[in-house]
Design a protein around this ligand. Structure first.
Ligand SMILES: [Ca+2]
Length: 244
């Protein structure tokens, strides 16, 4: 048996065919932030994080530290069709009032900018909010474009859009766009996108678990041939191609 390291997995990812789902969500219940969420980094030289996202106790904590106007955070996912239910629903708890804008983006990289917003009311309990994009799937900057509801690949948020300075901590729960789909932020696919290319020769760490490229765990005796993801005791991973 021979072991080969793959230099890239992109080709395999590109041929993965998906039937479009009609929704995507995250209930934050697994207490592990899906890699599909992006902590937006400020555009200043210190690379501070404008939105620090932490998933704990089954909810998402968002520490906001804006220093530039229109900084945002978002989640990305495989293409979904929200044409039958173009609504983004979520629950928020905050000890301070603020304005929250939500946007959706499509495969053409058109997005609805920061035009659609709600005023979040301070309170000690979670409150329900809905962003209804019906008739509002329009990009107005940098050019006027229709955002395609059948090809949505991201949604995200601006806190106090346009403000160049703001700090707050709020909590998010049960975010859902469209209908059904993933309910855990797509974390099952993270093992692929977090991979780094490293030597499989490790003297100081132990192979702990093995996964298929789709994230399904397998036993060592099941890995006679094909591509596998090795996870080590320090949390690092390798892509390994095994041939008979
Ligand atoms: Ca939850």
């Amino acid at each position: 048996m021979k072991l080969f390291l793959l230099s890239t997995l992109i080709g395999l990812l590109l041929i993965t065919n998906v039937n479009a789902q009609n929704g995507f969500g995250d209930n934050f219940n697994d207490n592990t932030l899906s890699c599909r969420w992006t902590n937006q980094v400020n555009y200043d030289t210190n690379k501070r994080i404008a939105y620090n996202l932490t998933e704990t106790d089954g909810i998402l904590r968002v520490d906001v530290d804006i220093m530039e106007a229109y900084e945002n955070f978002q989640v990305a996912f495989p293409v979904i069709d929200i044409s039958s239910n173009p609504v983004l629903a979520l629950r928020i708890k905050s000890s301070n009032d603020f304005r929250l804008s939500a946007y959706v983006g499509d495969t053409n990289e058109y997005n609805t900018n920061a035009n659609i917003y709600l005023d979040i009311n301070a309170g000690i309990d979670f409150q329900d909010y809905r962003f209804d994009f019906t008739g509002r799937l329009l990009q107005t900057f940098p050019s006027d474009q229709d955002v395609n509801p059948k090809a949505i690949i991201t949604f995200g948020f601006f806190v106090n859009p346009g403000s160049s300075s703001y700090t707050n901590t709020f909590y998010m729960e049960d975010v859902q766009i469209g209908t059904a789909g993933s309910q855990n932020g797509g974390i099952e696919s993270c093992i692929l996108t977090n991979l780094e290319n490293k030597s499989i020769q490790h003297k100081d760490k132990v192979l702990m678990r093995i996964f298929t490229p789709l994230g399904q765990e397998v036993k060592p005796e099941q890995t006679t041939e094909g591509l596998f993801i090795y996870q080590y005791s320090d949390g690092s991973t390798d892509k390994v191609m095994k041939l008979e």
